[in-house]
Write a protein that binds this ligand. Structure first.
Ligand SMILES: NC(=O)c1ccc[n+]([C@@H]2O[C@H](COP(=O)([O-])OP(=O)(O)OC[C@H]3O[C@@H](n4cnc5c(N)ncnc54)[C@H](OP(=O)(O)O)[C@@H]3O)[C@@H](O)[C@H]2O)c1
Length: 319
């Protein structure tokens, strides 16, 4: 058994990257104003990658970039990207492709969680629109840079929260059903896994591999919309499934996405769902504490989501 086989819940970004040199690799991390995105950017830059991060609030990103520069000596570029605006995504992709010829690592990390009912600037339900459709359009637009950067990897940051709901193909935007903030988050996080499955099918043969991950439970700003009763409910769910809500540090929380982006043992592999720096098992229990639901890795669902997403963003991507 190697040290890497022993990776698990407590493993940190720096442990995952031990002995790995990312010099000459270009990485793009979305939503790096704090939390797991900022730590992912720091860890990749610390190993020599040229890192570009995106933020919807450039002021907020300044401190993160300064801290990375101070701790790693590396300069990190910041680009403006509002994932709840198709116009902002298109403008970002145009700037990105004009500035950078190729991309080796893409970490689709940004998200909102369990917010009150809201809509993106184009009228999509906020969690599905931001967490899935935003990343869908952005990734498809910059995919040529990934193909030029092959071997390249895409990491879709999902969540165990995917277990709360599949994608409702008939009403993804909650137009004809009552809004439920957790069903919405679950649907969006299922979509993140399905997107990786379909990206792998379309791009894998060209050396661009996509995997989805669950980071763990980490205290970050993601919880900004939660109330005391949400924590009570989460603890009750954990108890009902015979587990405890075991928190991770930010460094351990970002480890699985950094692992998916860099682990040599994942070379050439895609369409997987990872947790605790390992490939997770398929699990269709009543209330699951680990693993991935079958509906989230179903290839037919993945194709269907791609087609629905193309329709919603108004553009086809014959990748
Ligand atoms: N923390 C956990 O326990 C946990 C568990 C499972 C999965 N995850 C997943 O891990 C990823 C990172 O989460 P985190 O915990 O690091 O959360 P976080 O600290 O709240 O970071 C989320 C990032 O997404 C950005 N973002 C949100 N809406 C955006 C929009 N419309 N356009 C552009 N950027 C936007 C945020 O920007 P602002 O700073 O401007 O808001 C922030 O940079 C998410 O995909 C989340 O679903 C986290």
């Amino acid at each position: 058994m190697t040290q890497r086989d022993a990776f698990g819940h407590e493993t940190t970004t720096d442990q995952v990257l031990e002995g790995i040199d990312l010099t000459g690799k270009r990485a793009l991390v979305t939503g790096a104003t704090g939390g797991l995105g900022a730590e992912t950017a720091r860890a990749l830059a610390g190993k020599g990658a040229e890192v570009v991060v995106t933020a919807r609030d450039l002021e907020k990103a300044k401190g993160v970039v300064e801290a990375i520069r101070a701790s790693t000596g590396q300069t990190v570029e910041v680009e403006s990207l509002e994932l709840d605006s198709l116009a902002s995504i298109r403008a970002f992709a145009e700037r990105f492709l004009a500035k950078y010829d190729s991309l080796n690592l893409l970490v689709n990390n940004a998200a909102v969680m369990a917010c009150p009912l809201g809509h993106t600037q184009d009228g999509f339900e906020l969690q599905f629109g931001t967490n899935h459709l935003g990343h869908f359009l952005m990734t498809c637009l910059i995919a040529p840079a990934l193909v030029r950067g092959a071997p390249a990897r895409i990491v879709s940051v999902s969540s165990l929260g995917h277990e709360r709901a599949p994608v409702d193909f008939d009403d993804p935007n909650f137009e004809r059903r009552e809004y439920d903030k957790w069903a919405s988050y679950g649907q969006a996080k299922t979509a993140n896994v399905l997107f990786a499955v379909e990206l792998e099918r379309r791009l894998g043969e060209r050396g661009v591999h996509a995997n989805a991950i669950h980071p763990g439970v980490i205290p970050t700003d993601l919880a900004r919309h939660l109330h005391a009763e949400d924590y009570d409910e989460m603890r009750a769910r954990a108890k009902a499934r015979g587990t405890e809500m075991k928190l991770k540090t930010i460094e351990a929380g970002a480890a699985t996405q950094v692992y998916a982006a860099t682990a040599p043992e994942l070379e050439g592999r895609g369409g997987l769902y990872l947790e605790d720096c390992h490939v997770a098992e398929v699990n269709d229990g009543e209330m699951i504490a680990f693993g991935v639901r079958p509906y989230a890795i179903d290839p037919d669902n993945a194709r269907r989501l791609w087609e629905l997403s193309e329709k919603l963003v108004g553009e086809s991507f014959p990748l």
